[in-house]
Design a protein around this ligand. Structure first.
Ligand code: SF4
Length: 265
């Protein structure tokens, strides 16, 4: 499947959409279809069976996702599809819960992330942790990734220099997009929170920036790219909040929207 997607990605317009082959079995499907006239003993035994099947489906589903993510991570760690792969110190794949209902997507690794191989571990990452905590989330409940997996630098000759960050180019995003798309296909989140301009423009395929698009929930419907619906909540990147604390109020409004969306999910 991955080879086919890679082939299609090279052959067709980069904005077209490719479906995932992932489907899960839901307990509710069974419950809706079960017959009302079966006796209680049979019902009880079937219910136990369904519960055990459901639990084993859930755990094999988790194992399956972990295996797929681990394989993809290996690819990223060895990737040299764009020039960022030659200047990075560490590729930054992503972290979190493979069964997360919500994914947070940022732009790309900075100095701190490049040195530690984890996303959002500098000051902006600490602020992201506080933002998550404000709506009762943490890194064990969500998945965090970036649009590009390697550190875009102003001067690639000085990877150890501070203040050497820049946004990824369209070419770099295009080279790297398969990895984020595949992460989304594996995790199947209900919602993606895009952090900042780069992630918002990429996920919503829009020329407008986050300040224009935030404040609403968008929907990426089933398409050639994803075979499931995903809601998208754009908000500011934590690094922008560090530079301009007045943006915190709007970010809090966006997080309340996320909290309300996740209620009962
Ligand atoms: S940024 Fe993405 S495409 Fe470029 S080398 Fe790193 S992993 Fe590969």
């Amino acid at each position: 499947m991955k080879k086919v997607i890679k082939f299609l990605r090279e052959e067709i317009d980069e904005d077209t959409y490719i479906p995932s082959s992932y489907f899960g079995i839901k307990k509710t499907d069974y419950q809706e279809n079960k017959k009302a006239d079966i006796n209680s003993e049979f019902l009880h035994s079937v219910s136990d069976l369904v519960d055990s099947n459901f639990n084993s489906d859930m755990s094999s589903d988790l194992n399956d996702k972990e295996t797929k993510l681990a394989k993809l991570r290996e690819e990223v760690l060895n990737c040299r599809k764009c020039e960022l792969g030659y200047s990075r110190i560490k590729a930054v794949f992503g972290v979190g819960n493979p069964n997360a209902k919500v994914m947070f997507v940022g732009e790309g690794p900075g100095w701190e992330e490049d040195h530690r191989g984890e996303p959002f571990v500098g000051k902006a990452g600490q602020l992201l942790d506080k933002i998550l905590a404000s709506i009762n989330l943490d890194r064990t409940k969500v998945y965090i990734a970036n649009v590009v997996k390697c550190h875009p630098m102003i001067n690639p000759q000085t990877p150890d220099a501070r203040g050497n960050d820049r946004p990824p180019t369209a070419k770099e995003i295009s080279a790297c997009r398969f990895y984020l798309e595949e992460q989304i296909r594996i995790i199947k989140p209900l919602c993606i929170v895009t952090l900042g301009n780069t992630a918002t423009k990429f996920i919503l395929n829009s020329d407008d920036g986050v300040s224009k698009l935030r404040g609403k929930i968008y929907e990426i419907g089933k398409s050639f790219f994803f075979d499931f619906d995903i809601k998208v909540i754009p908000t500011y990147h934590p690094a922008a909040l560090l530079r301009n604390p007045s943006l915190k109020k709007e970010t809090w409004q966006d997080m309340k929207m996320l909290r309300d969306f996740l209620k009962d999910k």
